[in-house]
Write a protein that binds this ligand. Structure first.
Ligand code: GDP
Ligand code: MN
Length: 346
């Protein structure tokens, strides 16, 4: 369905993929969530949906991360929301603290400019830290040292469709690196120097570019419906990373390590508001084989205000093909057609 309309196709049992039915052995994977104690109710909502539609059949562990210790109430209630194992992990200070080379004065100056450009959360230092941690640090947590695949889940998201196969096994058996549900355009003013820094990095390391990369997708220059501008060469189309199913071996590669360190030193996680979504997307688009990136069209998903809602009788609670329940212009933020144009169905 190259039109990119998820409603256009009837999604049958996982596109014909059968292995990994309930009861078979789990592979090396975890569901993971970075979450605050105050978001307990929202986390329970997300857990109920994912347990009901998928995980009660497979019982993958839940690993929760926080920059402060989890409360007893958080632990008790999340433990009660699954029969799978739950793990509660504190983020090491050195992974969360603002790095030493970031100047407080320059950060404060930068916030003013970001705010003039109406960039949300610019003045919330914790938001910047969160984006940096999700970009280049989560997979370095000791609790994940021996874990390979992850499914990232946020509080307050919804899952609508019964999924009867083991998605982690799907990733492994099909040699996939990354799975997504939604792609969006980003606010160019949140990442003005992300692509220029990336270009510098590629110039230093041309050997890191994958021969079957998605450069054409990243640099697509068609007139954008809403912001109508690129971010200095980057289309801003990105995998919306509040949903991610991924292979951490990619993030742990020397290539990505070097790329993240380059970006981290450049300072844009603080002086701009680089999100983990564009950072992950650019890295995948440049350094990975694009055929290893998979659209999970069959996983019905919502993070306010966007949906991935397939046409299937396995889905309940979302409207087939609907992309947003917000204002109409938000439909134009969907850039999946772009992905299908350059890469195909993945
Ligand atoms: P948005 O989706 O971009 O609006 O950002 P969110 O507020 O949903 O944050 C993204 C994810 O990071 C969510 O899972 C939050 O629970 C989590 N998060 C954000 N900031 C913090 C923080 O300071 N501490 C912790 N523990 N989690 C955070
Ligand atoms: Mn969120």
């Amino acid at each position: 369905d190259p039109s990119g309309e998820p409603g256009g196709i009837l999604v049958r049992a996982s596109d014909g993929y059968a292995p990994g039915i309930a009861g078979t052995e789990r592979i090396n994977a975890t569901i993971l969530a970075l979450v605050r104690n105050e978001e307990l109710e929202g986390m329970l909502q997300s857990m109920q949906d994912l347990e009901r539609t998928w995980n009660h059949k497979f019982n993958y562990p839940w690993t929760f991360f926080n920059d402060v210790p989890f409360s007893e109430e958080f632990k008790r209630k999340t433990r009660a929301a699954t029969k799978a194992e739950t793990r509660y992990e504190l983020i090491p200070k050195e992974h969360w603290d603002t790095p030493s080379w970031i100047s407080d004065d320059l950060y404060k100056e930068s916030v003013k400019i970001l705010e003039e450009n109406e960039i949300q959360y610019a003045d919330k230092i914790s938001y910047h830290k969160m984006c940096r941690w999700n970009s280049g640090l989560f997979y370095k947590h000791p609790a994940l040292e021996h874990v390979r695949y992850y499914w990232r889940v946020e509080p307050n998201v919804h899952f609508f469709c019964d999924i009867d196969y083991d998605v982690f096994r799907y990733m492994q058996d099909n040699n996939k690196t990354y799975g997504f549900t939604i792609t969006l355009y980003d606010a160019p003013k949140s990442i003005p120097t992300l692509w220029p820094e990336t270009a510098k990095f590629i110039a230093q390391h041309p050997e890191y570019l994958h021969p079957n990369n998605a450069m054409a997708w990243l640099t697509d220059a068609q007139r954008r419906p809403v912001h109508n501008e690129q971010a200095n060469g980057y289309s801003t189309c990105h995998f919306w990373s509040n949903f991610e199913i991924g292979d951490m071996d990619f993030w742990r590669s020397q290539t990505y390590e070097d790329y993240f360190n380059h970006l981290d030193r450049a300072g844009g996680f603080f002086y701009e508001r680089w999100g983990d979504a564009p950072v992950h997307s650019i890295a995948l688009g440049l350094f990975e084989d694009r055929s290893k990136i998979h659209w999970f069209r069959d996983i019905g998903y919502q993070h306010i205000p966007f949906f991935n809602c397939p046409n299937s009788d396995k889905c309940k609670g979302c409207i087939t093909g609907r992309f947003t329940d917000g204002e109409a212009w938000l439909n134009k933020e969907d850039c999946r057609p772009n992905w299908f144009k350059y890469v195909g169905m993945g």
